[in-house]
Design a protein. Structure first.
Length: 459
């Protein structure tokens, strides 16, 4: 790797070269050494903390993190390991972190770590609970506009790009966009039905792409949600991706009907056997304008998922993210550009993928201007929205916050029907938040605050 302007000190070059050398072979000692050298690349406590925790897991002989590292390393060739290191760890975490530091001083706000980009709303499926069902299906970003967005991301220090839709494989410029930005790390969420052997190999050859396949459980649950025959096509997509040697993740929309299935040992073991190294859980949120509120998980089911995630993390070689129950790990809501934001296929700059409001369109504003809008500043000034980080969300946990944001800012709803949960459905959302609060506040006090007190007492 050639030295860059962003990494001037010799000790940093030395650490990078040591890491590249360690990537050539697979062993637990090398995994541990990687975390030690990685820690030398940053002063950011938000990066150092997780690195230290990972190292702690790796030093435990029976912790599944060891097997997870083996699974990832054995999936990738040495060349692909280097590409992942360069795009995800070096650029997104370390070089990107330094750029974000500089931009924070210059712009007055810290750019986020992640952009969620939905370049198209076109999709070959009409999944039952998709948050885009209320949208018109024709919107799509021109390649030059999407390319401009990513160039501005790099200037701000944002190198982690998640591609949603619609269906990303239906976006005609997907491969061109990735090719134009080899220094970025791309995470592509797909229903898997449009993947081919050739497309899978092409994505794998880039070396800076991971693919996340979406399914709602087994064949019955998935086909009920996504359409008959979809599960079988997803199984074929797994085969293509595994043969290509690419990092695979899986995601599930969690509803009242499938929460037990997608959090079960049987489901997780199946995903591991199919090659998934990460499992993402997204609660069903009724924001599409055609929502079935009865699909929302109950408070007890949400807490059940939280407990299952804790168990899976300690027993299974798979990385798990639960974007609502993981609030305690990120101090609450990360929307509004605090850690991430969303640009939809019309170019609207939204606080997150579920808050279908905007005050700016990227066609009319620079990325920096949009991130520093009054709307985004207002949301960031309120975070965390609750001292109980098990109740992080301003949509389902603190709906009064979202209603106040809408009231106090000059904004628009980004599709027909997006306003319903803040108007005639607001009472339902209020009662839902209140019911969950009764359970979550008890859990927060008995488990999280008590653990914090014990930790402080022993230090």
């Amino acid at each position: 790797m050639e030295p860059t302007e962003n990494l001037k000190d010799r000790s940093t070059y030395y650490a990078i070269n040591k890491i590249i050398d360690l990537l050539s072979k697979v062993s637990v000692d090398r995994f541990i050494d990687l975390t030690c050298w990685g820690e030398k690349l940053t002063r950011d406590p938000e990066v150092k903390g997780p690195i230290k925790r990972v190292r702690g897991f790796l030093t435990q002989e029976d912790h599944p993190a060891r097997e997870l590292f083996y699974r990832v390393f054995n999936t990738l060739s040495e060349h692909k390991r280097r590409r992942i290191f360069q795009s995800l760890f070096l650029n997104a975490w370390f070089i990107g972190g330094r750029k974000r530091d500089c931009n924070e001083k210059k712009l007055g706000f810290r750019p986020p770590f992640i952009l969620i980009l939905s370049p198209t709303l076109k999709c070959n499926l009409r999944c039952k609970g998709c948050y885009t069902l209320g949208f018109e299906m024709k919107h799509e970003l021109p390649l030059e506009l999407a390319d401009r967005i990513l160039r501005e991301c790099e200037e701000l220090g944002i190198y982690f790009i998640t591609i949603l839709g619609g269906e990303p494989m239906a976006y005609p410029h997907l491969f061109d966009l990735i090719e134009r930005h080899p220094d970025m790390y791309f995470q592509v969420y797909t229903n898997g039905t449009l993947l081919t052997r050739e497309k899978s190999q092409r994505l794998a050859d880039y070396g800076n792409v991971a693919v996340v396949l979406s399914l709602e459980g087994g064949e019955e649950e998935t086909d009920t949600w996504r359409g008959k025959g979809v599960y079988e096509k997803i199984m074929q997509a797994f085969e293509y991706l595994n043969n290509a040697g690419i990092i695979i993740g899986t995601s599930a929309t969690v509803t009242r009907q499938n929460v037990d299935t997608v959090s079960s040992d049987e489901f997780i073991d199946k995903m591991i056997a199919l090659g998934s190294v990460s499992q993402m859980y997204f609660l069903y949120i009724p924001v599409n304008g055609r929502a079935d509120f009865s699909l929302m998980v109950t408070p007890q089911q949400r807490d059940h998922l939280r407990r299952r995630v804790l168990t899976i993390r300690n027993t299974k070689p798979i990385f798990v993210l639960d974007f609502w129950n993981d609030g305690p790990h990120v101090n609450g809501c990360i929307a509004g550009g605090r850690r991430y934001f969303h640009i939809n296929a019309k170019g609207d700059v939204e606080p997150c993928v579920y808050t279908h409001i905007a005050s700016d369109n990227i066609r009319d504003k620079s990325l920096a201007q949009a991130l520093n809008s009054q709307l985004f500043r207002d949301i960031r000034s309120r975070q965390p929205h609750n001292t109980n980080h098990l109740r992080p969300c301003m949509i389902i946990d603190n709906p009064h916050v979202m209603r106040d944001v809408i009231k106090r800012n000059c904004l628009y709803f980004t599709h027909p029907g997006a306003e319903e949960i803040y108007t005639f459905r607001s009472k339902y959302m209020h009662h839902y938040a209140k019911a969950y609060a009764l359970l979550a506040d008890r859990v927060w006090k008995e488990e999280y605050l008590k653990l914090k007190e014990v930790s402080q007492g022993s230090s």
